[in-house]
Design a protein around this ligand. Structure first.
Ligand code: DX5
Ligand code: ZN
Length: 220
């Protein structure tokens, strides 16, 4: 079974706790995009919002750090109640950050952005990570079109995971909808982030269920 991780970037920020609850009990991850207006040209949310959400949901808070100095935010995020932090490989060797994330009791993830070649992340696909996040867009904004050429990265990561007998999650982020979920699930992804695919309609729980069904059918 794949895990669906709704991205609250596409939710109504004025009703965030309700929007998180609206995805239903079958969804147990929530994807939280932190952007600093510098690493990416967009500004979103930070640790205080994570702390507020923590008081309203038991779901796993999966933080995607799109910030210039990710190391600065790890402790505040752990204190806020984040369950996982993923850092971009474009910021440099993530080894030290990954071990700090784990020392703080969180799941450690590394992210590869759309324009970056797979080789940049390949050296870190080992015991240091709990999660690899493959962007199927260029990070920064929700609502972009899925880039099918990124699917090869998922396939390569899944092959490495198999050959090295590892268990890290392969999470996919960007343009994941009912039409594209089967492509990433078949390639080996097991966590699917979706923002506009879940929050643009009227029923986030039904949208999440439809995404999961489409992905699971492709994996059978
Ligand atoms: C963008 C974020 C995504 C975003 C995805 O950089 O990392 O998590 O919310 O949005 P959709 O699913 O609409 O492409
Ligand atoms: Zn994201």
């Amino acid at each position: 079974m794949v895990t669906i991780a709704p991205s609250i970037l596409a939710a109504d920020f004025g009703r965030l706790a309700e929007e998180v609850a609206a995805v239903g009990e079958d969804v147990d991850w929530v994807h939280v995009d932190l952007m600093d207006g510098h690493f990416v040209p967009n500004l979103s949310i930070g640790p205080p919002v994570v702390a507020s959400l923590r008081r309203h949901t038991p779901k796993l808070l999966d933080c995607h750090l799109m910030v210039t100095d990710p190391g600065r935010w790890l402790e505040p995020l752990a204190e806020a109640g984040a369950d996982g932090c993923s850092v971009h490989v474009e910021s440099g060797d993530p080894t030290e950050l990954l071990s700090r994330i784990r020392d703080l009791g969180m799941m450690a993830g590394v992210v590869i952005d759309g324009p970056t070649a797979f080789e940049a992340v390949e050296p870190y696909l080992d015991e240091r990570i709990d999660l690899l996040l493959v962007m199927t867009i260029t990070a920064g904004f929700g609502g972009q079109s899925f880039q099918p050429e990124q699917v090869a990265k998922i396939e390569r990561a899944a092959a490495i995971r198999r050959h090295r007998d590892l268990a890290f999650h392969i999470e996919v982020d960007g343009g994941v909808k009912v039409a594209t979920a089967p492509l990433v699930a078949r390639a080996g992804a097991d966590v699917l982030v979706s923002g506009t695919g879940i929050y643009d309609g009227r029923d986030p729980a039904a949208a999440a269920a439809a995404l999961r069904a489409a992905a699971d059918a492709a994996r059978d």
